[in-house]
Design a protein. Structure first.
Length: 163
């Protein structure tokens, strides 16, 4: 009986909405810190309830229905504003950084693929006598290729969202 009551109480508490307060603190050196815990001298810049938790059955029903466009929530009054020219400049810089990073990742991917192709001809005497060492090196090369492929795909996806 006691366990059943405790379980019911825990379920009831878990379903209560939680609040997400955001605080901004600027120290004496001008460093800005955003946190969800109050700090002496910090200013609360946002306070809103977080979304209530849904059961897994509610989530699957909702995911099959078409999603409505997200509603824009206005920024708090004291939230810093950026003019359009500054934002365009930031977007341009971001795009350039992502493009440079993509080029670097593609070069690294090509180098890793080339190293894997040349792995058999570059086999050391130790690897020839111990095939396990060779297989470990091949495994590391393949893992490196997979990592660079994932990074390249992520950067391409990010760039496609900007265009």
């Amino acid at each position: 009986m006691y366990a059943k009551s405790l379980f019911t109480l825990l379920i009831a508490c878990a379903s209560l909405p939680s609040w997400a307060d955001i605080y901004k603190y600027v120290d004496e050196n001008g460093h800005v810190t955003f946190t969800n815990t109050p700090i002496k001298g910090a200013m609360r810049i946002m306070s809103e309830p977080s979304a209530p938790r849904r059961s897994s059955s509610e989530t699957t029903v909702r995911s099959s229905q078409p999603r409505s466009p997200s509603v824009s929530v206005p920024s708090p009054v004291n939230f810093p504003r950026v003019d359009a020219a500054t934002q365009r400049s930031r977007d341009s810089n971001r795009k350039q950084i992502l493009s440079d990073e993509l080029a670097s990742e593609q070069a690294s991917l090509n180098a890793a693929r080339k190293a894997l192709q040349e792995a058999d001809s570059n086999r050391s005497a130790e690897e020839k006598s111990n095939p396990k060492l060779y297989l470990e090196r091949i495994g590391r090369l393949r893992e490196t290729i997979v990592m660079h492929e994932k990074n390249t795909a992520a950067l391409q996806a990010e760039l496609s969202r900007m265009r």
